[in-house]
Design a protein around this ligand. Structure first.
Ligand code: NAP
Ligand code: MG
Length: 501
């Protein structure tokens, strides 16, 4: 397998990890697919094959679900105390932290993101998420409830609730933050006492598979965490439709989110969805213009725009519109594009040829509808999957590039002159994941925040994530919240117990 990488010396653990065909983790054992099939994962900076991975399908998912079922129903997992569970998750976090460089390199190779970003954000945020959730394992509590019961006058009861794990959980994750998305899903599920079958994205299975080895090292019993790489239409669909899975948690496109819902209908498994976005980022006229320009640029260009919450619709007070657009465009023109492994790279390739082509066809559609690029507007180079950071003007609210999620480094800039008009424009979307507001008038900022239909609103900042802060969408951006204590609700059932005294 090709591992001749420029820029840095790869850790030997990374080169040896990608050199072997990676197997799937089922019931504590690393095994080939039942079909014997494999698929390739590519280095998006070069388009070369990076590693070969076992291709799971229905039969493998079925074996993994059986293992997770046994570990939940009768296995050691359900007999552990919450303190033991918490300590195990904490140990996993320590191991992950110890291997930060290795995971950052794997992530950069498989996804294309700058190594510097994976080191500073992806891995530490995953470590922190596991630690945060480890702490919750011992704090998932019910309540005692005074009840009156009109038709049993004089009777007394003790009534209370228990929060119990929902059971066997299927988790399907995307490729934009492969390790971090695995952490967002596994952390709360395990803290709650569930067992898991996870399917990573076909483009980026490597960090999740390496994480599987750390789960074993941390002492998690067999069958508690199962990882089945494979394709969405086969392995993913089998997991979402499996009759013995109690809950499915999905992050990805809204289109596939709908398929997940349909598949889940068979046994009415619980569903949580973290879907797409087309988030408005609003710059008011009173703002510190330089701060707003830097913020608007990073809101869209962070992770190459491959963020579900990317600030992809920039609304700017018409008084400073030209100045802000010029500033963001200048910012974009200075972004250094290159392999994620090069220390000087600001922006790596998009994850795949498919994603690059999708983004470029959005650009074409924008130009066909009259949009103009002040910077960028096309593919970068002819090797690897790079797209130039792009600012589109001459756009209006009904254009495809303003309505649909592009999931690339492309922002549409639109002026506004009145706050009510702005709120209507910002909310004119099928999505409701996130929003940004830039202003010196903090009261106004909070007032606008209350009027935006979005699961997260950032004021004078953007892309600020924390394990303690819930994240999820209004409208077609999803169901449920990940992170924070809200995430535990996705993985627990409430049992009411009522005892006559
Ligand atoms: P996607 O198809 O929604 O992929 C997300 C996950 O779902 C992957 O693990 C995928 O497997 C799996 N999947 C696909 N079809 C499935 C099915 N029928 N049943 C069960 N699981 C299934 O996303 P994509 O194709 O990679 O990207 C397409 C667009 O989705 C992007 O352009 C972007 O707009 C959006 N997206 C959003 C997010 C987000 O964070 N909200 C993340 C990624 C993409 P495979 O890996 O085999 O496809
Ligand atoms: Mg797909």
């Amino acid at each position: 397998m090709a591992t001749t990488m420029s820029g840095i010396q790869l850790e030997s653990s990374v080169t040896s990890f990608v050199a072997k065909t990676r197997k799937m983790l089922i019931n504590g054992k690393w095994s080939d697919a039942a079909s014997g099939k494999t698929f390739d994962t590519f280095n998006p900076a070069t388009g070369e094959v990076l590693a070969r991975v076992a291709e799971g399908d229905r039969e493998d998912i079925d074996r993994a679900v059986k293992a997770a079922r046994a570990a939940f129903d009768s296995g050691p997992w359900s007999r552990l105390t919450s303190s033991e569970r918490g300590r195990m998750i904490w140990k996993l976090a320590d191991l992950l932290e110890k291997h930060t460089e290795e995971f950052a390199q794997l992530e950069s190779l498989d996804n294309g993101k700058p190594l510097t970003v994976a080191r500073a954000a992806d891995v530490p945020l995953a470590v922190d998420l596991f630690r945060y959730m480890a702490g919750w394992a011992t704090k998932i509590e019910g309540t005692t409830i005074p009840i009156s019961v009109a038709y049993t006058p004089g009777a007394k009861y003790l009534a209370y609730t228990l929060r119990e794990p929902v059971g066997v959980v299927g988790q399907i994750i995307p490729w934009n933050f492969p390790l971090l998305m695995a952490a967002w899903k596994l952390g709360p599920a395990l803290a709650a006492g569930c067992t898991v079958v996870m399917k990573p994205a076909e483009q980026t299975p490597l960090s999740c598979l390496r994480l599987g080895e750390l789960f074993q090292e941390a002492g998690f019993p067999d069958g508690v965490v199962n990882i089945v790489p494979g394709f969405g239409e086969t392995a993913g669909a089998a997991l979402a439709g499996h009759p013995d899975v109690d809950k499915i948690a999905f992050t990805g496109s809204t289109e596939v989110g709908r398929l997940i819902l349909q598949a889940a209908a068979g046994n009415l498994k619980k569903v949580s969805l973290e879907l797409g976005g087309k988030s408005p980022n609003v710059v008011l006229g009173d703002v510190d213009v330089d701060a707003a320009i830097a913020g608007a640029a990073s809101a869209i260009f962070f992770n190459h725009g491959q963020c579900c919450c990317a600030g992809s619709r920039l609304y700017v007070d018409s008084k400073i519109f030209d100045q802000v657009v010029a500033g963001v465009s200048d910012h974009a023109s200075k972004i250094k594009i290159g392999s994620g492994l090069e220390p000087s790279t600001d922006m790596g390739p998009l994850v795949s040829a498919e994603q690059m082509n999708r983004v470029c066809s959005y650009l074409e559609s924008g130009f066909a509808e009259g949009a103009k690029a002040t910077v960028g507007g096309s593919r970068h180079g002819d090797k690897g999957y790079f797209v130039k950071p792009t600012v589109l003007v001459n756009t209006h609210d009904k254009m495809k590039v303003v309505q649909e999620e592009i999931f690339g480094p492309v922002v549409t800039a639109i002026p506004f002159s009145d706050t009510d008009e702005l709120i209507a424009k910002a909310n004119d979307s099928a999505y409701g994941l996130a929003a940004g507001i830039w202003t010196r008038d903090i009261k106004k900022g909070h007032r606008i925040a209350s009027q935006l239909r979005a699961g997260t609103v950032w004021i004078n900042c953007y892309n600020i994530f924390d394990a303690a802060l819930p994240f999820g969408g209004y409208k077609q951006s999803g169901w449920g919240r990940e992170m924070g204590h809200d995430a535990l609700e996705l993985y627990t059932e409430v049992k009411a117990v009522c005892s006559a005294l």
